[in-house]
Design a binder for this molecule. Structure first.
Ligand SMILES: C[S@@+](CC[C@H](N)C(=O)[O-])C[C@H]1O[C@@H](n2cnc3c(N)ncnc32)[C@H](O)[C@@H]1O
Length: 275
């Protein structure tokens, strides 16, 4: 990914935002590395390589991004015109505004991430238009996110909204109550609102899961694998859209790669509709 000034970044030339310690592996930059991006530093790559030795991490992340695109296009196809993307990550393939605006050209999109590396890049790479906002805030503080001027300006909770938690709730521990966080973001949402979740699981590979969590013990955000029942509970109060909470390859795949994507069993994904 090019630097803000359009040149390719290297460790030598890039200047991290003030206060960023590039010696601590960072979850967003490791994810960027899995996806083949260049917005990462040596510590991120070293930790990511340990994860990549355990399984097909790049394919696992690509499958997640493709689910994000399918789910957002599905919601836009139901007439949803506003999207709240929580835990955005570094800009990559098929960002929410691109997927949504393929269906609803003036869809309003708010991106939220607590990582200043993400928000600096997002402000440089994503559209600087009146229908897109980038908010630097912690999703564990729903009240603060919802009170942000960007959210207040673009998201009208009296109309259906699509709330997107893709690849982020496994960064919250049980003590941080991801179920309660989802509820706080969705309880005031209008009927017809949609909830999109993807969540890592180690149900199919518990021993590899232990090894992966050990690597993430040294990373900026923890990794918490959850099972099918725990992820399904995040949709309490929503009607699940067919086929329900499934592995990523089983959720409305659009092509052979999506149907057969390696490592699909590492994700539980789903889309719900608020009655
Ligand atoms: C694995 S990336 C997922 C990015 C994108 N949603 C996707 O699925 O492609 C997780 C992102 O969630 C962000 N994140 C983790 N915990 C967060 C929190 N408590 N508040 C806001 N963002 C958070 C990280 O900074 C990172 O950018």
């Amino acid at each position: 990914m090019p630097h803000i000034d359009g040149t390719a970044m290297t460790d030598e030339t890039r200047v991290p935002p003030p206060g960023i310690d590039v010696t601590i592996p960072n979850a967003a930059r490791m994810y960027d590395y899995y996806l083949g991006g260049k917005d990462n530093f040596q510590a991120d790559r070293d930790a990511a390589e340990k994860i990549m030795a355990l399984g097909p991490s790049r394919d696992i992340c690509v499958a997640n991004r493709r689910f994000l695109g399918r789910a957002v296009r599905y919601a836009a196809g139901q007439g949803i015109r506003q999207f709240l993307d929580l835990g955005t990550g570094l800009p990559n393939m098929d960002n929410v505004h691109e997927a949504a605006r393929r269906v609803i050209p003036d869809a309003r999109v708010v991106y939220v991430d607590y990582d200043p590396v993400v928000t600096v890049h997002a402000r440089a790479m994503l559209p600087a238009d009146p229908i897109t906002a980038i908010v630097e805030e912690d999703v564990r503080k729903p009240a603060a996110v919802l009170a942000d001027p960007g959210v207040e300006r673009l998201i009208d909770f009296s109309e259906p909204v699509c709330v997107v938690f893709v690849g982020v709730l496994h960064c919250l521990t049980d003590d941080e109550d991801p179920w309660g966080v989802v509820r706080e973001f969705t309880e005031r949402a209008a009927s017809g609102s949609h909830l999109v979740i993807s969540h890592l699981t180690d149900d199919a590979h518990p021993e590899v899961g232990v090894a992966a969590r050990e690597v993430y013990d040294a990373v900026s955000a923890p990794l918490v694998h959850r099972g099918h029942a725990a992820v399904s509970r995040m949709f309490d109060g929503f009607e699940l859209i067919e086929p329900g909470v499934t592995t990523v390859a089983e959720w409305r795949p659009e092509g052979v790669w999506e149907r057969e994507s390696p490592g699909s069993e590492w994700w539980y994904v789903g889309v719900g509709r608020k009655p």
